[in-house]
Design a protein around this ligand. Sequence first.
Ligand SMILES: Cc1ncc(COP(=O)(O)O)c(C=O)c1O
Length: 379
Amino acid sequence: MEFDFDRIIERRGTDSFKWWGCEGSDIIPLPVADMDFAAPPAAIEALHRRVDHGVFGYARAPRGAVEAVVAALARDHQWTIDPTWIVWLPGVVTGIGLCCRMLAPDEATVTFVPVYPPFLDNSVLAGRPQTRVPIAGRDGRWEIDFDSLEALTPPSARLLMLCTPQNPTGTVLPRRDVERLAAFALGRGMTILSDEIHCDLVLDPARRHVVPATLDPAVAARTITLSAPSKTYNLPGLGCAFAVIPDATLRRGFRAAAGEFVPSVNALGYAACEAAYREGTPWRTALLDYLRGNRDLVQAEVASMPGLSMNPVEATYLAWIDARRSGLADPVRAFLAAGVKLVDGALFGAPGFVRLNFGCPRARLAEALRRMRSALPQS
Ligand SMILES: Cc1ncc(COP(=O)(O)O)c(C=O)c1O
């Protein structure tokens, strides 16, 4: 089956958050993590059917959506779950916030930096102290530094926040690291929050995503897994995500933290989620091939740009670029002046880095990279 990822779809002047402010300019925005591709045809058709029904009352998860999630986790991650473990959410970030709010005020969270900013912000917003453990760059890979983790984690830590595959570094945690992290968390009496929203976007065939909750029942009982079809199938604007929480007490605590203020998932989100998980595999396979081509282009170009460097991207459509030796005082501003909008690494806890989203047609990506090169003082 053919899918056309080269097609340019105009997003200027729509409701796009990513393209907001780009009207009347030719800036190429490569910041927030959504892709400039149309969603899988199966999801679009399901949305048409749901819209044609014409009644948009309050929604609850249709049985088909629940079954699709259960089947996808078994098919793609060898994880057999009970449907009652699923808690639907309007977003994974909501789930991150709820995990922080489940803690007592003096209980701390632990996260690795650099990391997706809501891992940092939600602990602050919830008023929970946070320990930030730097991720180490070793032999061309980003790795967990277990010595720092041991040394920095305070006795009051109760939540270990994992992001695998990791945003922004694109690293897939190897099984031995997942096992070590789980043993560490359980040994310290910590719950594990595992954000796996990028788990179906593994690009490197030598890497495999390991779901921490599949390690053993004791780990599953201490883990809150957060995921969604939104990154993989490009549906984030539809607000449909879920937590999988095998332990009933933990699940009750999570629901209690949600209280009455977390809205339910909307009808269109459920419809697209079900179709994407059920019928989206051929589209996803083609997408991954296309993203591998984009990743190769980014890596080759960045490697030849003076003062820029990056480690290979194992998963996600995000490139984490080290611009500290570029000679640019403010890389984001300089690249924007050259016509490319990126995200500042400072938001992730790593000033001097920039994050580039390569989920776009290749011709656009090539032009963005050309502009970035032109911004470099040594080029
Ligand atoms: C690691 C990670 N978690 C969560 C999200 C956002 O999730 P949601 O839109 O479902 O809140 C993103 C989006 O970039 C992400 O990269």
